[in-house]
Ligand binder design. Structure first.
Ligand code: UDP
Ligand code: MG
Length: 303
């Protein structure tokens, strides 16, 4: 049985060799390959992958033509993999290789997908913890697929599942939602995430927001319904208020109603802009799918 390890790496020059050392220790005696996907790094990440590949036959690398993002790097790594079992993990050591034997054990027990859940993250601040928790609550209330809180993109999948996953052509990808949606026999292993070995987080606030929004719009059309309900609500309110205004007019009580006018304009304007915005977001997803561009371009490879 051959194991493929897929590692998306963006500006991780100082972590590549450190991580491979740890993996090597954990997997001695087993047949495996380590696929590093350089996601358009600006530092020496790919140079270091190449160096590692010259000295270790287990190491393979591909390098993107630009930064396509973590989720796309996962997809590319899976496409390159040849193993009977595939494990995806971060390059920064926050997904400890020491957990791999536990994942393999679950696979031996007959699970096709072994997901993981972070019990704690050593270097996550209160803000990240709070936003993460609220986010999972929100997404689970909006979508039909169950997405475990504190889940991560550290998981094992069998060849069968990987091939199925590669059939999903979707452009804006939210891997943990897709995996949950796929079905198959799944289980969860818990682990403690240590701090990054070196460097800083590559998920900027902007990337985090983008990722979070992809998660919701991939699996729920409820935000569109919100536009509908907000529209209906303001319509009903508008009709009632119109009657009131007419009656007041007939009774001759009309006064210059600046407050009510401005309130209605503001409320309606707000609801309309919000609704348009939500529709626009889904439209942009359709636009992305319609263009049907390749997910990524490979600029270089090494073995
Ligand atoms: N990553 C990537 N492309 C990106 C951003 C991140 O391939 O555009 C990789 C990164 O190198 C790491 C993993 O995704 O291996 C998780 O990123 P990071 O550790 O920075 O996120 P955090 O753990 O802080 O949430
Ligand atoms: Mg990390």
């Amino acid at each position: 049985m051959k194991i493929s390890i897929v590692i998306p790496s963006y500006n991780e020059e100082s972590n590549i060799a450190l991580l491979f050392d740890k993996i090597k220790k954990v997997l001695t005696g087993l047949s495996y390959e380590c696929i590093f996907v350089d996601d358009g790094s600006k530092d020496a990440t790919f140079k270091n992958i190449k160096e590692l590949a010259t000295n270790n036959i287990e190491v393979k690398g591909i390098s993107f033509s630009r930064n396509f993002g973590h989720q796309i790097a996962l997809l590319a790594g899976l496409k390159e993999s040849e193993g009977d079992v595939i494990i995806m993990m971060d390059a920064d050591g926050q997904h400890p290789p020491e957990v791999i034997p536990e994942l393999l054990k679950k696979h031996d027990e007959g699970f096709e997908i072994v997901n993981t859940r972070r019990l704690s993250t050593a270097d996550a601040g209160a803000f990240k913890k709070f936003t993460s928790k609220s986010y999972y609550r929100l997404i689970n209330s909006l979508t039909e697929v169950r997405i475990e809180p504190a889940s991560s993109d550290f998981r094992l999948m069998s060849r069968k599942v990987a091939d199925a996953f590669l059939q999903i052509e979707e452009k804006d990808r939210f891997t943990r939602g897709l995996v949950s949606w796929m079905g198959f026999k799944q289980t969860i292993v818990e682990f403690n995430a240590p701090p990054r070995m070196t460097g800083v987080s590559k998920y900027t606030f902007k990337k985090m927001i983008h990722f979070a929004w992809d998660g919701i719009t991939s699996f729920s059309s409820k935000p569109l319904k919100f536009s509908l309900f907000a529209g209906l609500f303001s319509l009903v309110f508008g009709v009632i208020y119109s009657f009131y205004a007419l009656i007041e007019f007939i009774l001759g009580n009309t006064i210059p109603g600046w407050t009510s006018t401005i309130l209605i304009i503001l409320l309606l304007g707000g609801v309309q802009l919000l609704s348009l915005g939500i529709i626009g977001q889904y439209l942009s997803r359709i636009f992305n799918e319609a263009k049907n561009r390749p997910h990524y371009f490979i600029q270089d490879r090494c073995e």
